[in-house]
Write a protein that binds this ligand. Structure first.
Ligand code: NAP
Length: 305
């Protein structure tokens, strides 16, 4: 089965559009996403243009703060501070990577957690770890949405995540853990990658290495989520998984392009809508039930003696 991210993303975008219309009806206000782009990195310009176009299509207003010539760290922090303080802005998207010389961690931490629609602020990542997420990073949330849409069983399954970045691997592992999968995380110091991936009922790969997962590394009947986006010298886009060989063994697999990629933008817009709902309607900080941990659902945590 090919896991069609484009159609799942369309479904999510339809729900977001309906939610935006409802919010406008109730409050007279449309969600507003401020997009901050610093520097002149060509792929970032394309990503930002796509995100703004997709926002427009679902009725989310955008305001761009584009600084191709760069900003100093102090200027960037001042800009983020002014967006935090502006009640007309509900979400702030800081396009990464920042140009060399700027401190990404400090900039992310300077975004108000309630306006952090990428879910990368330490408070939001901490809430995810604590089992009570409010905003989940877009790409991992998109991976879970695809698995849920197609009915993948996660509870009790062996899930292997290749890659441990803050953006993808780590939050994805937390989401799978919260769904009661037994999660293994692999990275460049993992001794025998294939030994782990061959055990995976659910294999999620976010390494950024074309075809790091070959067909023989996939378990028969596995669900495979390929997050990687790599452009070969020929110009062709491929994932981290050898699609043809892996799809002969997998039960279900995402293609590249057309798998996880479209989900990232859809989840960003869902996060923006939810941020606006929380700010305009108040309350509603409840985490999506699917992502909360046993602790968050009432089991008493142990004392940290
Ligand atoms: P990243 O920050 O470079 O992290 C890559 C991770 O993979 C690291 O943890 C690294 O291990 C691990 N890794 C690299 N080579 C490996 C290997 N040979 N064996 C095992 N582990 C390996 O990248 P990222 O931001 O997470 O992105 C990963 C990929 O997803 C990229 O291709 C990116 O373009 C793509 N991506 C796609 C979307 C989307 O919307 N579809 C969104 C975000 C990212 P160490 O920690 O040991 O270095």
């Amino acid at each position: 089965m090919i896991l069609d991210g484009r159609s799942v993303a369309q479904k999510v975008l339809g729900e977001v559009k309906a939610g935006v219309e409802r919010l406008r009806g109730e409050t007279g206000v449309a969600p507003m996403l401020a997009v901050v782009l610093v520097g002149d990195f060509a792929p970032s310009k394309i990503y930002v243009a796509n995100k703004m176009k997709a926002s427009d299509a679902v009725g989310i207003a955008t305001r761009d703060h584009v600084h191709p010539a760069g900003l100093t760290q102090a200027e960037l922090l001042a800009l983020l501070g002014s967006l935090n303080a502006d009640p007309a802005v509900h979400g702030i998207l800081l396009q990464l990577p920042l140009p060399k010389g700027l401190d990404e961690d400090e900039a992310i931490a300077a975004i108000a957690p309630q306006k952090d629609v990428d879910g990368l602020h330490p408070t939001n990542l901490g809430r995810l770890l604590a089992g009570a997420p409010t905003v989940v990073p877009c790409t991992p949330a998109g991976c879970l949405e695809i698995l849920d849409h197609y009915g993948a069983k996660l509870e009790g399954q062996e899930a292997v995540v290749v890659g441990r970045s803050r953006l993808v691997g780590k939050p994805l592992a937390q989401l799978l853990l919260a769904r009661h999968a037994t999660v293994t995380m692999c990275h460049t110091r993992t001794r025998d990658l294939a030994e782990h991936t061959r055990r995976a009922d659910v294999l999620c790969v976010a390494a950024g290495r074309p075809r790091v997962i070959t067909g023989d590394m996939v378990k028969e009947g596995a669900w495979v989520i390929d997050v990687g986006i790599n452009r070969l010298e020929t110009g062709r886009l491929v994932g981290d998984v050898d699609f043809d060989a892996a799809s002969a063994r997998a039960q279900a697999i995402t293609p590249v392009p057309g798998g996880v990629g479209p989900m990232t933008v859809a989840m960003l817009l869902r996060n923006t809508l939810r941020a606006a709902q929380r700010q305009l309607l108040g309350g509603g900080l409840r985490p999506p039930a699917a992502a909360s941990s046993p602790e968050a659902r009432g089991r008493r945590p142990r004392a940290n003696a």
